[in-house]
Design a protein around this ligand. Structure first.
Ligand SMILES: [Zn+2]
Ligand SMILES: [Zn+2]
Length: 296
């Protein structure tokens, strides 16, 4: 079954099997929502960004994790993506997945939580969970629906639970990573951030399917632009700690917000780490293309 999740299949509880082997044959526009592990759906859209004369495509993805009783949305996507995120979620709910009871965002930054108010408004039974610092200041009307999680806290979704875990490579101090205990899927927010090549048809593919993607290069570019502190830290220590977390949790799939999902942790994680280590050794280029042009 390679078709886009059919609309109008309401009432069925049968979900498509993951289609990791044959997704290359599916037109890009029909790849999402994509089930990257049983009950874990990748939703959202890409964002094109110009850098050094090239167009980089990046995701501001969200993921829906469906238990027997409840679903949790991880990240909300960029504000521009909300109509797509909502459409994808509605397709999945029409296919019979459990109702949305929780929203977890990895940190307080627009590409991660920019749809937070709209998700809480559209799903009045959903609670916001995680590190909920400051959200009550933006959305005082939803303060009574915000619940703190600390590292190791778990939310039961029915047949699986969602855990807040150590954010080894983080953007903000308030960051938490998420973890699905059943399929052992790690949601690392900005931890595995890299763009992909639209021209090569990478949109909607997992990292291992995007064979022409130079992972060390796109990872180091993203770190350079988005994670400035990696320039001033020993990234060997962070990568070792990452290996430790992956081993401790027995992570099988990685679902980053900006990168393509990783389904072969052993083969792919070292390539991302190579990029992080390389970026740490280069001076920061900054994000202002005009300044670069003037200097050159
Ligand atoms: Zn981010
Ligand atoms: Zn794309």
């Amino acid at each position: 079954m390679l078709q886009n999740p059919a609309k109008g299949q309401g009432g069925t509880t049968v979900l498509d099997k993951p289609v990791t082997k044959t997704m290359l044959d599916v037109p890009v526009a029909q790849r999402m929502p994509r089930e990257i592990a049983p009950g874990v759906f990748w939703i959202g859209d890409c964002l094109a960004q110009r850098h050094k004369g090239k167009v980089y495509h990046g995701y501001n993805a969200a993921f829906l994790v469906a238990g027997d009783e409840a679903s949790i949305l991880v990240e909300t996507g960029h504000p521009k993506d909300f109509p797509v995120i909502e459409r994808h979620m509605n397709e999945l709910f029409a296919r019979g997945i459990a109702p949305l009871k929780y929203l977890f965002v990895t940190h307080q930054e627009t590409p991660h939580c920019g749809g937070l108010g709209r998700v809480l408004k559209t799903h009045p039974d959903a609670l916001l969970v995680g590190d909920v610092s400051d959200y009550h200041l933006a959305f005082p009307q939803y303060e009574h629906r915000m619940r703190w999680m600390k590292e190791g806290d778990e939310i039961d979704l029915g047949g699986r639970s969602f855990m807040a875990v150590e954010p080894v490579i983080r953007d903000l101090r308030t960051t938490y990573w998420g973890f699905d205990t059943k399929e052992r899927v790690l949601f690392p927010g900005d931890g595995f951030a890299y763009s992909h090549y639209h021209e090569d048809g990478h949109c909607g593919l997992v990292a291992e399917e995007a064979v022409s993607l130079d992972l060390p290069d796109v990872s180091s570019t993203f770190a350079d632009l988005a994670l400035f502190w990696t320039k001033f830290a020993d990234m060997n220590a962070y990568c070792d700690r990452l290996d430790h977390l992956i081993a401790r949790l027995d992570v099988r799939v990685i679902a980053p917000t900006h990168g393509l999902p990783i389904t072969d942790v052993k083969a792919t994680v070292p390539k991302v780490q190579e990029g992080l280590k390389a970026a740490a050794l280069m001076p920061e280029t900054g994000t202002n293309e005009k300044a670069q042009a003037a200097a050159s």
